[in-house]
Ligand binder design. Structure first.
Ligand code: AMP
Length: 570
């Protein structure tokens, strides 16, 4: 049975599998590789996922939800018609679409996956990702940090030469930096950092605000305007000046040069730079000793990113080959490692802890007790697998119970960190108050690469032990959970898969119509009407014919007006 590699991206998601020739990205029947991470609702109240949803977002932004990934694990509600959906359900819908695609492409049932997440994701974000997968009917075998995935795909392609690599991954919504070493088939992650709320879309926001700064009309807050600004942003990656022409949408025409754009984006670039510097410090390496700087993620095409990398590492950064699929391919490599694929026997991966793990303690200072202080047992940046022990003591001689609250985070006050578990030790030996005697307890934290955290507490005097195991990234799908998950998602009205393709064409045609000159709109409109009418009458041959005609018209417009970035033509 195949374990699927999934790059669950903020803007786009991809799937890949490993074969004897190496990792391979799966496409749909039309040859398209990525599935937009977008969910939308159509006029009939049914949900659309992927390209159809993205196309609808262009002209009905209120009917579509995207960029929900950075909010995984947070309270964040979205409304699509009568559906109230959170980031977990939305991701589950995308994952279910990916699973269906994989099953179609491979002709087998897929139950297990390696899913990539930003290295900076915390425990609740990770748990939410696993929950989303479970709802989609997938067991997560490993949550792999995105930059580690990129390095894994890169490293496997390089063979076994020894090198230090920095991976800068700027996607739509998140930024990850990882510094790692490759040697003898080992991928050794030295440092990992980033910012969960910094991505390419923030750059689009900056440009959008600039372009609309002279206008006051809310009518311009549409997906079509954003799509045109997004296109201009991409052009600025290789052109010195761009003109954003919003006249067909009732907006201004604004010209922006690279210098202005860079000035507007300076605060964002500053944040990028700081993240990279922090990771370098954490890695214990110096910039120039890094052999390769690998740029991953859609938004690293902005020259500013390469410039920041070059200034910090003292060498030109290189755009990874086929940069958009590197993370998915890395997930497939990890899946193959778990499946013990013969071609990969010798590769080993280590990772680093991205957040410190520890317990809540009481600190004593000048005779006063201060509760709720965080004591890290395993510190951020520790190479995994790792195991470390700290000795704690009870506070009072008569104390017979010790409650260990386990936290993740960096703050010295536990209330600012994330509580991830509790371990209670009862039956400690009681001592007379006058004796002033307390009990010592050794607390050992052991964490492996796949996210399994084991905490052992041993009472020194009695050698009594208590263990807590937190499966921080993976849990097998329990009996009955699958059926329950299926029922929950099945309750959401979706179009059948064939109908989704027709919906996609309709949504794409409608959004293209929004941005082409008036003279051409009428033509598209006629073909759309013909297509809708064929679908209403439900005569299969007529639908196929009208679909082909409309597809040809849309393709022609997309080619002539360079709208490839805007829509995915089915
Ligand atoms: P990803 O999630 O890795 O696919 O990254 C998507 C992000 O990359 C989006 O914010 C895009 O706007 C951005 N992006 C893609 N191509 C370019 C480009 N040529 N120049 C600037 N940003 C880009």
């Amino acid at each position: 049975m195949t374990t699927l590699g999934i790059d669950l991206g903020t803007t786009n998601s991809l799937i890949a599998v490993f074969s004897d020739d190496g990792p391979r990205v799966l496409t749909d029947t039309a040859g398209s590789r990525s599935v937009p991470s977008v969910v939308a609702i159509d006029d009939g109240g049914k949900l659309l996922v992927g390209a159809a949803a993205r196309a609808r977002a262009v002209y009905r932004p209120d009917d579509a939800v995207s960029r929900f990934k950075p909010y995984m694990g947070e309270e964040h509600g979205y409304r699509l018609g009568e559906h109230a959906l959170g980031p977990v359900s939305l991701s589950a819908l995308v994952l279910r679409e990916l699973k269906a695609r994989a099953e179609e492409a491979l002709g087998e049932t897929i139950d297990e996956a390696v899913i990539t997440v930003p290295a900076w994701f915390r425990e609740p974000n990770r748990r939410a990702t696993i929950e989303a997968a479970r709802l989609a009917g997938l067991r997560v075998r490993h949550l792999l940090n995105e930059p580690t995935a990129a390095a894994l795909a890169y490293g496997v392609a390089q063979g076994d030469s020894e090198q230090a690599i920095a991976v800068l991954d700027l996607g739509g919504g998140t930024f990850d930096v990882t510094i790692l070493e490759l040697y003898d088939g080992m991928v050794d992650v030295r440092a990992s950092g980033g910012d969960v709320h910094l991505g390419g879309e923030d750059y689009t926001d900056v440009l959008l605000r600039h372009v609309l700064s002279g206008t006051t009309t809310d009518a311009l807050q549409t997906g079509a305007v954003r799509a045109l600004v997004e296109r201009a942003k991409r052009q600025l990656s290789h052109e010195q000046t761009v003109t954003v022409d919003l006249s067909t949408l009732g907006g201004p025409t604004v010209s922006v040069d690279r210098e202005t754009y860079d000035r507007l984006c300076a605060p964002l670039n500053q944040r990028l730079r700081r993240c990279v510097q922090e990771a370098l410090v954490q890695s214990g390496l110096r910039g120039p000793s890094i052999d390769h700087v690998l740029l991953v993620g859609g938004a690293v095409r902005m020259p500013a990113v390469a410039a920041i990398a070059e200034s910090l590492f003292g060498q030109p950064a290189k755009l990874a080959d086929d940069v958009d699929t590197l993370v998915a391919r890395g997930a497939a490599v990890q899946a193959a490692l778990l499946d013990k694929h013969a071609a990969l026997r010798d590769v080993m991966v280590t990772d680093v802890l991205t957040h410190s793990l520890g317990v809540s303690v009481v600190q004593t200072w000048d005779g006063e007790h201060y509760e709720g202080r965080f004591m890290a047992v395993l510190s951020r940046g520790t190479t995994l697998p790792a195991s470390r022990q700290e000795r704690l003591a009870t506070l009072h001689p008569e104390q017979t119970t010790l409650v260990l609250q386990v936290f993740e985070g960096e703050h010295r006050l536990v209330e600012k960190n994330e509580r991830i578990g509790t371990l209670e030790i009862q039956g400690l030996p009681k001592h007379p108050v006058q004796s002033g005697k307390t009990e010592a307890v050794d607390v050992r934290f052991s964490q492996d690469v796949s996210g399994l955290l084991q905490i052992d507490a041993t009472v020194l005097s009695t050698q009594q032990t208590k263990r807590l195991v937190l499966e921080r990234s993976s849990r097998p799908l329990q009996e009955g959970e699958r059926a329950q998950a299926d029922r929950r998602l099945a309750a959401i009205a979706m179009h059948p898969r064939e109908a989704q393709a027709n919906r996609q064409l309709l949504e794409v045609a409608t959004s293209v119509m929004m941005v082409v000159p008036q003279a051409e709109r009428d033509t598209v409109d006629r073909y759309i009407l013909a297509f809708e009418s064929a679908m209403d009458k439900q005569v299969p041959n007529d639908i196929v014919e009208a679909n082909a005609l409309l597809t040809a018209v849309v393709r022609d417009l997309v080619n002539r007006h360079g709208l490839h970035d805007l829509v995915d033509v089915p």
